[in-house]
Write a protein that binds this ligand. Structure first.
Ligand SMILES: O=C(O)c1cc(=O)[nH]c(=O)n1[C@@H]1O[C@H](COP(=O)(O)O)[C@@H](O)[C@H]1O
Length: 284
């Protein structure tokens, strides 16, 4: 089953089979608005977002709006986000809201409502931070299961000083990053990747974030049974060759690119060409 009511992992696997694994991030930085000749206000944000959704929602598997760039415009920015999310989903893209939520469980339940029907910006999945501990994310896991949503949990992020915390060791000797991967794998228990160890109809709905910028893959993903969001391509220095070096062909990787695609705009054909170039390089 991979229709609208199916679990997120199954829907993601189907989208990847149909459209390829590329995710494009929608990050309307002040500088990008300027480079597109748009004002740094709600109207500029709306025109930028409409252009990206219009150009790409019919062809890429996942669009990942970065909440920060909508929140900074206040209620008008959130209204733009709501409209964009609905339009992107209607055009067939899955929407992963990049909000990196993380709080005590009772508050987490409120954040997780973004996965529930009736939320004005209901999305297919959301990024979350495990810093408050695995139990703090349980309400989001429950909401995701109930409504066929997904979570991507920060494990080995792409920023240069990420290892400072993520390589810290637990009493049992595992790194924090590995404990995050193991926790998420536990949520996916009962799921499975495809026969080649990559995508399958039972791909788990709970994924991790592992940057394409790592020197080495220093977490074991064998027990994850779910997708890996890989940011850090292009503007942060990661390349398709890095992805192949880090993950080979044995993981369900969703490579995500923001500035390196968005910089090609505002011409829709140029945006599409930039995304297609990335998709081709990633497949090559
Ligand atoms: O969760 C993310 O998407 C994320 C995790 C991470 O480790 N590194 C990372 O860059 N990101 C996000 O991915 C996007 C990267 O943008 P570009 O560097 O322009 O491709 C930004 O919105 C980041 O917030």
């Amino acid at each position: 089953m991979s229709g609208a009511g199916a679990p997120f992992g199954a829907r993601l696997a189907a989208a990847v089979a149909d459209r390829g694994p590329l995710c494009v991030g929608i990050d309307p930085h002040r500088e990008l608005l300027g480079a597109w000749g748009l004002p740094d206000d709600v109207e500029g944000l709306r025109r930028f977002t409409d252009a990206v959704v219009g150009a790409l929602a019919g062809t890429v598997a996942v669009l990942k709006p970065q909440s920060a760039f909508y929140e900074r415009h206040g209620s008008g920015g959130l209204a733009v986000l709501e409209t964009a999310v609905a339009a992107a989903r209607a055009a067939g893209a899955l929407v992963l809201l990049d909000a990196k939520r993380g709080d005590i469980g009772s508050t987490m339940a409120g954040y997780a409502d973004v996965l529930a029907p009736g939320h004005p910006a209901q999305v297919d999945a959301v990024t979350v931070s495990p810093y408050l501990g695995p139990g703090s994310l349980e309400p989001a896991v429950r909401t995701a299961r109930e409504h066929g949503g997904g979570l991507f949990v920060l494990a080995r992020t792409s920023n240069p000083d990420a290892a400072t915390f993520q390589h810290a060791r637990l009493a049992d000797g595992r790194t924090v990053a590995q404990a995050v991967v193991d926790t998420v794998g536990g949520w996916n228990a009962g799921g499975d990747l495809g026969s080649e160890g990559v995508w399958g109809p039972r791909t788990g709905s709970f994924g991790v974030v592992v940057g394409a910028t790592l020197a080495d893959l220093d977490v074991d993903l064998a027990g994850l049974r779910g997708p890996v969001l890989a940011p850090g391509l292009g503007a942060q220095g990661g390349t398709p060759a890095d992805l192949r070096r880090l993950f080979g062909t044995g993981a369900a990787v969703v490579p995500t690119v923001s500035r390196d695609v968005l910089g090609a705009g505002p011409d829709p054909a140029a945006l599409r060409a930039a995304a297609e170039r990335w998709a081709a390089e990633l497949a090559g």
